[in-house]
Design a protein around this ligand. Structure first.
Ligand code: HXC
Length: 537
């Protein structure tokens, strides 16, 4: 019989053993690859000393392929809870030093346990992924484990925030857990995500592609949009998670944390009175507007490198967290296309699910035309954004800076989509379309006649008369464009009907948004009861 003291010593020994995961050699291998271990990552993520580990003594139960002779305490994942800036979070970190972090039945049970706890307690779940996929020796039990996790991801969606960092391999069906979560952060150089790796790709399509080019951080952050952030390395990825958490609430029933605001709320930004170029087709940088109006210029941009024609991200107004959606005239003239619509729609839905007010900054010339867009279902993608805005019941403040034409005017949080406060700058042009396009449609008959008359004059050997006909027609169109511009390309026509609540001085934008948000704090709108809507996917 051992004494109590000896039992305590034994516990300490067990714990030390568990903390080594797959052992010192495997840890060294992980470090040599430029990667941190699961426990090191957790230490970087949560407040110092706050982590409580669970299930340290869980071991796999597999007996195939001699697995019973090889097991590690805790198996291939470290799970538990801790705090970030004092707020509770649940964490799982796959431990690559144990069977390459591959998912066993027991590992899945550990992950599911903390997901269930997160749901019960109403706190975010953060997953740090670094895994060789399903544990091959366990076969179908590993697959079942994945499915259990996915089911929980689905039920937790819109209830507690879910964040995934990819800090190593994440391949095959394993990619679907991050894909189901709200935000995915990949670390450059060490992480990749794909359904099928380069070898399979080569066999099936003949394509030669590296892991990095197929599913590296930069690829997913810029081309596929699967990753919302591409961090420089694993450490930065974790810093991004901490930052993200600071902007979002614990669950769908809570508000976002209020931060003390050190930036004067009535700060005038004179530069904004002079930022819109004289010519309608000349760009300016929407980042300058965002930076000028938010608290201390602090903007956490989401999906920065994907569909740059729309900007989304988190900022604060008077310490209150908001989601910003802004067209970027500097990129593709701020046009809406398939990718921009999808990107913004998902963000609007996240904000709405988690009670984060949405501030939209509008300068949009329309939807991008062409077969490329139509064949890729721009109709459906545009409808996603329309649906997301129209469905959202959080406070919605919209400021139209310049263009707001046609369908894109409606989509970008217009009054009739239950925009709460819709402001416009004096430079706003809220119309069915731009003047040149409108004149082309309205006077197509006159254009045809003028061309025919000019042709006839030319054929009759009167080239000067032909030239004069065309010059007169050009002037006629200029006059008509001016007429159209005067009538429609301003904010006052929309304001006349109450579609715009007020035309504001650009330098006052910050203050007016803050006032609007303050007013909207008690907003209550409930959508009709239903099982769920049918967003055009
Ligand atoms: C069991 C695994 C494993 C796995 C890695 N290991 N993946 N063990 N099941 N899936 C083990 C390795 O045998 C090795 O053990 C240790 O983990 C470290 O792996 P290395 O190969 O030494 O590391 P590295 O060179 O960095 O390569 C990492 C890797 C590679 C690219 C991930 O290990 C790999 O290709 N693994 C197999 C990936 C795969 O095919 N997974 C199944 C996909 S199907 P020792 O003892 O030597 O240290 C799938 C379906 C999911 O995931 C479906 C969900 C719905």
């Amino acid at each position: 019989m051992s004494t109590q003291l000896e039992k305590v010593q034994e516990l300490i020994r067990f714990r030390e053993e568990a903390r080594l995961g797959g052992g010192e050699k495997a840890i060294q291998k992980q470090h040599d690859k430029g990667k941190y271990t699961a426990r090191e990552r957790i230490a970087q993520l949560v407040d110092e000393g706050s982590f409580e580990e669970l299930d340290m003594f869980v071991r796999h139960r597999c007996t195939n392929f001699g697995q019973e002779k090889k097991s590690y305490p805790g198996d291939g994942v470290v799970t538990g809870y801790g705090t970030i800036e004092g707020r509770l979070v649940y964490v799982f970190a796959q431990d690559f030093t144990v069977f390459g972090g591959s998912l066993s039945e027991t590992m899945a049970q550990k992950i599911c346990k903390i997901m269930d706890m997160a749901m019960k307690m109403g706190a975010p779940v953060i997953g740090l992924n670094d895994s060789g996929g399903a544990r091959i020796q366990e076969g179908i039990n590993a697959l079942a484990g994945y499915a259990e996790i996915f089911q929980r991801n689905i039920l937790a969606s819109g209830v507690v925030p879910q964040i995934s960092a990819i800090l190593g391999p994440c391949a095959g069906g394993a990619v679907y857990s991050p894909a189901l979560t709200d935000f995915t952060i990949m670390a450059k150089g060490i992480s990749y995500m794909f359904l099928t790796g380069p070898k399979v790709v080569k066999t099936v399509t003949g394509e030669d592609v590296t892991q990095e080019a197929l599913g590296g951080a930069e690829v997913h952050a810029s081309k596929s949009g699967v990753a919302h952030f591409a961090a420089e390395d694993g450490e930065e990825a974790i810093k991004i998670i901490r930052k993200l958490i600071s902007f979002i609430p614990q669950n769908n029933l809570e508000e976002t944390p209020l931060v003390t605001c050190t930036d004067p709320i009535d700060r005038l930004e004179d530069s904004l009175n002079d930022i819109i170029p004289e010519q309608a087709n000349v760009a300016y940088d929407m980042y300058e507007v965002i930076g000028a109006i938010i608290d201390n210029g602090e903007f956490l941009e989401v999906s920065r490198d994907y569909a740059k024609n729309i900007i989304i991200g988190f900022a604060r107004f008077n310490g209150q967290s908001v989601g910003i959606v802004a067209n970027q005239p500097k990129f593709l003239a701020g046009v809406l296309d398939c990718n921009a619509s999808r990107k913004a729609a998902r963000f609007v839905r996240f904000c709405d699910a988690f009670n984060i007010p949405i501030v939209s900054l509008v300068d949009v010339p329309g939807f991008l035309p062409g077969t490329g867009q139509e064949y890729n279902a721009v109709i459906l993608h545009g409808a996603k954004l329309l649906y997301a805005y129209g469905e959202a019941t959080v406070p919605k403040v919209t400021v139209t800076l310049r263009k707001s034409y046609g369908g894109s005017h409606i989509v970008m949080s217009c009054k009739q989509l239950r925009g709460d406060m819709n402001y416009a700058w004096p430079t706003a042009e809220i119309a069915v379309m731009g003047a040149a396009g409108a004149a082309e449609v309205l006077y197509a008959g006159d254009a045809k006649k003028a061309k025919e008359a000019a042709k006839a004059a030319k054929e009759a050997g009167k080239p000067e008369e032909a030239e004069k006909i065309m010059a007169d027609f050009k002037q006629y169109i200029i006059d008509k464009e001016k007429e159209y511009n005067d009538l429609f390309c301003n904010p006052y026509n929309a304001a006349k009907y109450g579609y715009i609540d007020d035309v504001i001085e650009p330098r006052n934008t910050r203050f007016r948004i803050i006032r609007a948000l303050q007013q909207l704090q008690t907003k209550k709108v409930v959508n009709p009861a239903k099982k769920h809507g049918n967003i055009p996917l």
